[in-house]
Design a protein around this ligand. Sequence first.
Ligand SMILES: Nc1ncnc2c1ncn2[C@@H]1O[C@H](COP(=O)(O)OP(=O)(O)O)[C@@H](O)[C@H]1O
Ligand SMILES: [Mg+2]
Length: 230
Amino acid sequence: MLTLREVHAYYGESHILHGMTLQVESGEVATLVGRNGVGKTTTLRTIMGIVRAQRGEVELDGVSLVGLPSDRIAKRGLGYVPEERGILSTLSVYENLTLPPVIGPSGWSVERIFDEFPILKERAKAAGTTLSGGEQQMLAIARVLRSGARTVLLDEPTEGLAPVIVERIGELIRAMKADGITVLLVEQNVRFATGVADRHFVIVHGQVAQTLANAEVIAREKELLDLLGV
Ligand SMILES: Nc1ncnc2c1ncn2[C@@H]1O[C@H](COP(=O)(O)OP(=O)(O)O)[C@@H](O)[C@H]1O
Ligand SMILES: [Mg+2]
């Protein structure tokens, strides 16, 4: 269970998160949706301790994460796949995959990952950045799954990817849910979001404006698309 309570965060003088309050239940898949610049990425970065929560609480299973360095937060079981994916060009696919320390017993084995993504096995020795954008996204997610993180934050995992890859990423998120992993993802593709998520937090100006069950989003898709400006 991941809880944010009245979180405020800044970049320098710019006040970005204005009392962000939300809770993602254990085993739930939830999304952050909202127009560009409302603070979705900043929310994930604040959970990970990359941006400091100046006020408010961030808790994982009731234990505060505020003030901990990012590597300690990761060791508590939080995995983060940033929008830019973070695949290192000087390392091979295999090295990228096995770079983060294993932090829990439930991490996916390399064998399971290679079964799930034959392309990563085929290209294991190639430089990570020779993979296509979609394959790099798979590698970035697989890397977090291998670490054994039980709560995973994904920032726009489908952005700019071909439909067939988007479909694969959807299957992967459903497999994560079936494994009991808690997922919080930023997603602009409403169709995709409703295919994988239980609930949606609509973010406006650094706050949760609405919390919607998936069925509500499906029923009100047009209204939401207007709200998101997409
Ligand atoms: N490193 C940064 N320094 C200063 N301002 C930033 C930085 N990153 C993002 N911002 C600003 O913070 C606001 C929220 O950004 P972000 O969380 O990335 O939005 P979203 O992910 O919802 O599109 C935007 O106005 C953006 O311009
Ligand atoms: Mg963003």
